[in-house]
Design a protein around this ligand. Structure first.
Ligand code: ZN
Length: 132
């Protein structure tokens, strides 16, 4: 995976925190649960980060442990099938279409307004769990 080529922004970091909290610090592939705010879970993007239209799309992201995240590369077909099952065929196809037919500019998805929106969602999520 070409991690090195894509710059991770503050919006990426915040969205990653949000996704891991949403998924209750549980790996969505092996169901193992981790302590909050540890670095042992990743925010995995189904369609890679370079597809801006789905970079901050909740359907495109899930918490995966380091081990399962690595396994994706070893068996992408299995990963694909699991995501398809999870989202349902319609949502799955919609997600891929959205990623690949993005004619908008990156700043359409990454800007101060989008950042504040994620921040608010994250705050509400924490409050709903009494972490606020
Ligand atoms: Zn796992």
């Amino acid at each position: 995976m070409a991690w090195g080529k894509i710059k991770i922004s503050k919006q990426d970091r915040l969205f990653s925190k949000y996704i891991r909290e949403r998924d209750n610090w549980t790996c969505q592939a092996c169901n193992k649960t981790f302590e909050r705010n540890t670095g042992l879970l990743d925010n995995s993007h189904f369609m890679g980060r370079r597809f801006y239209a789905t970079r901050f799309d909740e359907d495109n992201c899930e918490a995966l442990c380091k081990s399962c995240h690595l396994k994706i590369g070893e068996d992408p077909v299995k990963h694909c099938e699991r995501i398809k099952k999870k989202l349902g065929t319609r949502r799955f196809n919609k997600l891929r279409f959205k990623a690949k037919n993005n004619l908008l500019k990156a700043n359409q998805f990454e800007n101060e307004e989008a950042y504040q929106e994620i921040k608010l969602k994250y705050k509400k999520l924490l409050e709903s769990k009494n972490y606020g």
